[in-house]
Design a protein around this ligand. Structure first.
Ligand SMILES: Cc1cc2nc3c(=O)[nH]c(=O)nc-3n(C[C@H](O)[C@H](O)[C@H](O)COP(=O)(O)OP(=O)(O)OC[C@H]3O[C@@H](n4cnc5c(N)ncnc54)[C@H](O)[C@@H]3O)c2cc1C
Length: 392
């Protein structure tokens, strides 16, 4: 892969809106990605393998639980810092960002929000340091966009809960020591259970043959009469709102992360357009290529403003589910379009692993689907503005 020459675009001087702490956190993550992710990521993506050696680095830059209080091992940062860390990691690779998002928003967040003090003290510091990895099991083979129909269930057996059935498409599951599993009790109410690797009847086989997020480990969660201790239930919230609130937090991170992938594609294409000579001049001098590049920087700038404002609202406790949903949908679609255009600017070289663009493009095909598909986010906005439910 080519050396990482990334220079971040900031067309509207948005750095002026960031605090000194934001800039420090962002720059540390940026440097780490250049040093520890860019040189190895293409090889791991080609091999379809998660680079486990970067887990410590992710913990060191605060990527695991950035907004979790320090007493639980988190970094105690605000939501803009969280967003900036996700942006920088996804600038390197969406699969690596997925690993961090799952750990922070889908595993640490529910334990922090809905767990009791013992659960927080037992799990959060280990997850923050990367000693343990976690995963989040909501999706099932027959229930993706409609998780309320889930069939994974648990029965109260007096001393323990007996968990059965399965989850699929679970990021980190093959490498995780702990899983937050959403399952229905005998009354059909959804609860979160903390399930640990090693419990009898619990397995997490890897999903192979992905063309996307190849450097992220994805798998199933299979429960065959797994006995889960009763103290492993998350006591402080039940119902579908509990997992959906975790998705809000993860989607927020994705809204920032997708900007990173887009920035990397734009920066690569801009540099290439000034160096690649055809018909006796740099291709960046042709109007058709300038149209692509001009539209890219415009869309990136709009997405940056959207993310910053959403972060500001989130810091004030005012960001709504529908606002987060809009930012996730807009920014991921923006990034995928930019990846496709940037790939064209590089011509044949655009499909080569010497550059990051094709990898970003393939990764974004998952990002536009997970954490609510593009269509589902349109329906969330539609419901919010009309008051009419078009889901069913
Ligand atoms: C790489 C990867 C990692 C993932 N990681 C996780 C994870 O860690 N944990 C987890 O729980 N899940 C995870 N997922 C699952 C992901 O969240 C689901 O794939 C996603 O929610 C969509 O569900 P589905 O694939 O079953 O598609 P479906 O729900 O079957 O949707 C198929 C199509 O129908 C459309 N559709 C569905 N309902 C409607 C409707 N009402 N109106 C209009 N159109 C509709 C959808 O938009 C989509 O285009 C991951 C997925 C991938 C690909």
């Amino acid at each position: 892969m080519k050396p990482d020459l990334f220079e971040a675009p900031d067309y509207y001087n948005l750095d002026e809106l960031l605090t000194e702490e934001h800039l420090l956190v962002r720059d540390a993550a940026r440097e780490w990605v250049k040093r520890d992710v860019s040189p190895i990521i293409e090889e791991y993506a080609q091999r379809a393998e998660f680079p486990t050696q970067i887990v410590n680095g992710l913990a060191n830059i605060g990527a695991f639980g950035p907004y979790i209080p320090e007493e639980y091992g988190g970094a105690g940062l605000d939501y803009i810092s969280y967003g900036l860390i996700m942006q920088e990691i996804e600038r390197g690779d969406s699969g690596v960002r997925s690993t961090a998002s799952v750990q922070s928003s889908l595993v640490m967040f529910p334990i922090w929000k809905y767990g009791n003090e013992e659960q927080k003290m037992k799990y959060l510091p280990k997850l923050a340091s990367g000693e343990w990895m976690g995963c989040f099991g909501l999706t099932e083979p027959d229930h993706g966009s409609n998780p309320s129909g889930m069939v994974t269930n648990f029965k109260d057996k007096g001393d323990y809960y007996l968990v059965n059935v399965a989850k699929m498409w679970i990021s980190n599951s093959p490498i995780a020591q702990v899983a937050i599993v959403w399952a229905k009790n005998e009354e059909g109410r959804i609860h979160g259970l903390i399930v640990e690797k090693g419990m009898d009847g619990f397995s997490a086989p890897e999903t192979h043959n992905k063309w996307s997020l190849r450097a992220s480990s994805t798998g199933e969660l299979i429960f065959d009469n797994v006995k889960v201790p009763k103290e492993n239930i998350l006591p402080n919230r039940s119902g579908l709102g509990a997992p959906l609130s975790c998705l809000d937090s993860a989607r927020y991170g994705i809204a920032w992360g997708a900007i990173g992938a887009a920035m990397d594609c734009y920066d690569t294409a801009l540099r290439y357009s000034k160096e690649r000579i055809q018909f006796g001049k740099p291709i960046g001098g042709f109007q058709l290529q300038q149209k692509k590049l001009s539209e890219m920087i415009t869309e990136i700038t709009k997405a940056q403003l959207l993310a910053w404002r959403l972060g500001d609202l989130k810091n004030k406790g005012k960001a709504t589910t529908a606002q987060i949903s809009m930012a996730k949908r807009n920014n991921v679609e923006m990034a995928i379009k930019i990846a496709r255009e940037a790939r064209q600017i590089l011509g044949g070289m655009g499909i080569s692993g010497e550059y990051s663009i094709m990898r970003h493009m393939m990764n974004l095909e998952s990002v536009i689907t997970y954490e609510g598909t593009h269509d589902i986010h349109l329906l969330i906005t539609g419901l919010d503005i009309t008051g009419l439910n078009a889901f069913k």
